[in-house]
Design a protein around this ligand. Structure first.
Ligand code: F0G
Length: 454
C-alpha cells in the first residue's frame, strides 16, 4: 500500500472537539450556511484554507525568541533579506503584511486605467486589486485547466497561442503585465511546468512585457515540477526555484502559505521596480524593514524559506492530498484530477447534480460536509465570483469545494475520517438542497455573505 509518510513528528498538540451532528446543523444554520462564518471552536478539522494555519517547526519557533524588535533597521529583517537573496537569487525585497497587500502595491504600480492583465487564471484577491485599479483580467489557462478531470500533469499552464493572440488583439501598450500564478488556486491547486514558464518568458521578451509571478503556492508547484517534469527529476528544489525566479521580473507571495508563517512580500532583481514600489510599502504597510510583519514572523519566515527548499519538508502536503483524492475516487466521489496542491477539490457540479448552478452547488455542499463531518472546507465556485454590472451572476467554470490540507497539520487518520464522511454524504447526496443569499456584500461576497435554504 502506498502510504504517504510524514518526515516530522508532532511535539505540540492542540485539543480538538467534535460536536454532535445536531449541534453542527444548528451552528451551520446560524452561520448562514457560510463556512467562513463558523466559529473555529465548533470545527473538528479546519480545512477552510492553508493560509496562516500551517504548522511551524521547532526551529521556526526557536528563531522567534531571538528576533530583534525595532522599527527601522531590524537585524531580523536583514537576516530575512539575506535569506531571500540566497533562496530566490534576487537583490531587492519589499515586505508586506500579506499576499493581497503585495497585490495592492504591484497593481497600483503597474496598471493604467483600461489595461489588460493576461494570466493563467485569476485568484479572488488578485482580480479584485486589478479591477480596483482599472485593469481587466484575461484568463488564458490551457483548456485542460478548466476540465475537472484530466490526466494533464500541468493544468496551470498558460496557453501560449492564446497569450500571443491576446497581446496582438489588445496591443502590447495596453497590457500592464503578464501574471503567472504558481499552484493555480481556483482550478484546484494545479501547477504550471517550468517549460511553460520559459515559453511565457519568451513571449514577454518578444513584446517587451513585464512578467509577474504570484508565488503564494510556489511550494507545491516546486514539488510537482520535481516529480512530474522529467527534466527536473534530479534537479534540487533550490535550483528549480532559482530558475523560476530568474525568469520573472517581479515575484510576490503570501507568506501565510509560502514559508509556514504569516506575512508576505515582493521580490525583484530590478532596482527601478524596487524604487517605484517602495513608497507604496511605506504608505500602506509600514517601514521598509517590516512592512506590517512582526519581527517574530520575519524570523520564522527566514527559517521557513529554508525549509521550503527541503524536499522532505514540502512533499507531505501534496502526498496527503493525493492520498485523499485517490481514496475518494476509489469510492466513486467526483474530485478534481490529477490531485493538485493546497487541498483536495470536490466537484460539486457532479456531486449535487440535482442542483442548478444558481442554487450554488459548491456552497451548499460545503455546508453539508460540515454538518456531516464537523470539517469545514471552502466554496470555490459561483459564490466566489462577483456579479456582472447588470446584477446577473457570473457562473463559475467549476463548482468546487476545497478541503484544504494545511501543511504539516493533519494526520492520516484524520484524512481517513474525512474521506469516510464525504463518501457517506455522496451516498446520501439527495439530502442536500440549494441555498440563496439573504445578505450579499458587493465585493468578495463569499467572505461574509449569508444564505438560507432555497
Ligand atoms: N494569491 C494566491 C494564489 C492566494 O492563494 C492567496 C490567498 C493570495 C494571493 C492572497 O494572499 O491571503 O495572504 O492576502 N489565498 C488564501 C486561500 C486566502 O484561502 O486560498 P493573502
Amino acid at each position: 500500500k502506498n502510504i504517504p509518510l510524514e518526515m516530522h513528528k508532532v511535539r505540540i498538540i492542540q485539543k480538538l472537539t467534535l460536536l454532535p451532528v445536531e449541534e453542527r446543523a444548528k451552528a451551520m444554520e446560524e452561520a448562514g450556511f457560510n463556512t467562513f462564518l463558523l466559529n473555529n471552536k465548533d470545527v473538528y478539522l479546519d480545512m477552510l484554507t492553508d493560509s496562516g494555519v500551517n504548522a511551524m517547526s521547532d526551529s521556526q519557533q526557536g528563531a522567534m525568541l531571538t528576533a530583534d524588535d525595532s522599527y527601522a533597521g531590524s537585524e531580523t529583517f536583514n537576516e530575512l533579506h539575506e535569506k531571500i537573496k540566497e533562496v530566490f537569487g534576487t537583490e531587492y525585497f519589499l515586505p508586506a503584511h500579506q499576499g493581497r497587500a503585495a497585490e495592492n502595491i504591484v497593481s497600483q504600480y503597474l496598471i493604467q486605467e483600461g489595461q489588460v492583465v493576461p494570466m493563467n487564471y485569476h485568484f479572488t484577491t488578485s482580480k479584485a486589486h486589478i479591477d480596483v485599479n482599472g485593469g481587466r483580467v484575461e484568463e488564458l489557462v490551457i483548456d485542460e485547466g478548466i476540465q475537472v478531470t484530466s490526466d494533464h500533469l500541468f493544468k496551470g499552464n498558460m496557453d501560449i497561442d492564446k497569450l500571443t493572440a491576446c497581446i496582438e488583439e489588445n496591443g502590447k501598450e495596453n497590457i500592464s503585465y503578464v501574471r503567472m500564478e504558481a499552484g493555480t488556486n481556483l482550478i484546484g491547486g494545479q501547477p504550471f511546468s517550468l517549460a511553460n514558464l520559459r515559453d511565457v518568458r519568451q513571449v514577454c521578451d518578444q513584446y517587451g512585457l513585464i512578467l509577474v509571478l504570484d508565488a503564494s503556492l510556489l511550494q507545491d508547484n516546486l514539488y510537482f515540477i520535481k516529480v512530474r517534469e522529467e527534466e527536473f527529476k534530479d534537479v534540487s528544489i533550490h535550483d528549480i526555484t532559482l530558475e523560476i525566479v530568474d525568469l520573472c521580473d517581479i515575484v510576490y507571495f503570501s507568506a501565510r502559505k509560502l514559508g509556514f508563517v504569516r506575512g508576505g512580500g515582493i521580490i525583484t532583481k530590478n532596482i527601478e521596480h524596487y524604487n517605484n514600489m517602495r513608497e507604496l510599502v511605506t504608505l500602506y504597510e509600514g517601514f521598509l524593514t517590516y512592512g506590517g510583519m512582526s519581527v517574530r514572523e520575519m524570523a520564522a519566515l527566514t527559517v521557513g524559506l529554508d525549509e521550503t527548499m527541503d524536499f522532505e519538508m514540502i512533499n507531505q502536503g501534496p502526498q496527503f492530498i493525493e492520498y485523499m483524492t485517490e481514496q475518494l475516487l476509489a469510492n466513486g466521489v467526483p474530485v478534481v484530477t490529477p490531485a493538485g496542491g493546497l487541498g483536495c477539490h470536490i466537484d460539486a457540479m457532479r456531486f449535487v447534480d440535482h442542483l442548478d448552478q444558481s442554487e450554488y452547488p459548491a456552497g451548499a455542499l460545503a455546508a453539508a460536509i460540515y454538518i456531516a463531518s464537523g470539517a469545514r472546507g471552502m466554496e470555490r465556485g459561483t459564490m466566489s465570483e462577483e456579479r456582472q454590472e447588470d446584477g446577473s451572476e457570473t457562473l463559475s467554470n467549476m463548482e468546487l469545494v476545497r478541503m484544504a490540507l494545511p501543511r504539516r497539520v493533519f494526520t492520516l487518520s484524520q484524512v481517513e475520517y474525512i474521506v469516510d464522511r464525504i463518501t457517506w454524504l455522496y451516498e446520501n447526496r439527495e439530502l442536500i438542497g440549494g441555498i440563496k443569499y439573504v445578505e450579499e456584500p458587493k465585493v468578495m461576497r463569499f467572505f461574509f455573505g449569508r444564505t438560507e435554504a432555497t
